[in-house]
Design a protein around this ligand. Structure first.
Ligand code: IDP
Ligand code: MG
Length: 148
């Protein structure tokens, strides 16, 4: 089963949308295997967004993601990475389809509510940034037999 890192970003927490966003991912059938609330520091933000270093929005992005607490979650499921990206919608909420999280709740690219890993390889790296191996829970859900 794939795992993906999701961040309920500071704007979503501040707007009281954390429950709504978690609900959508959970309802889809994905399983929560780790979750924590934290206030990211600059060092972690720069590591998490290292691929964007040097881009014009990088400093604003680091300032935003460290401005207020967020919720980090590891979701597990078949094709979890791709499924979460579909549920999130395009990076720019103005262009994201309605029915997606960004399309339904966002307007501005800098306030797009959610992060989800964009590949299996990046998911693994990102999960390791936020969680130790012991923090990832292993458990069975009876209902998975009705999802897969
Ligand atoms: P993603 O979150 O859909 O994977 P990325 O291209 O990886 O999008 O960008 C990471 C984050 O950087 C975005 O979610 C958004 O918060 C921010 N970002 C991306 N492009 C811009 C931009 O042009 N202006 C401001 N912020 C941006
Ligand atoms: Mg990305």
């Amino acid at each position: 089963m794939e795992r993906s890192l999701v961040l309920i970003k500071p704007d979503a927490v501040q707007r009281g949308l954390a429950g709504e966003i978690i609900c959508r991912l959970e309802r889809k059938g994905l399983k929560i295997v780790a979750m924590k609330m934290l206030h990211m520091d600059r060092k972690l933000a720069q590591r998490h967004y290292a691929v964007h270093k040097g881009k014009p929005f990088f400093d604003d992005l680091v300032r935003f993601i460290t401005s207020s607490p967020l919720i980090a979650i590891v979701f597990q499921g078949k094709n979890a990475v791709e499924i979460i990206r579909q549920l999130m919608g395009e990076t720019n909420p103005a262009k994201a389809s309605s029915g997606t999280i960004r399309g339904d709740f966002g307007i501005d690219i800098a306030y797009n509510l959610i992060h989800g890993s964009d590949s299996l390889e990046n998911a693994s790296t990102e999960i390791d940034l936020f969680f130790s191996a012991e923090e990832i829970c292993k458990y069975d859900r009876k209902m998975d037999a009705w999802i897969y």
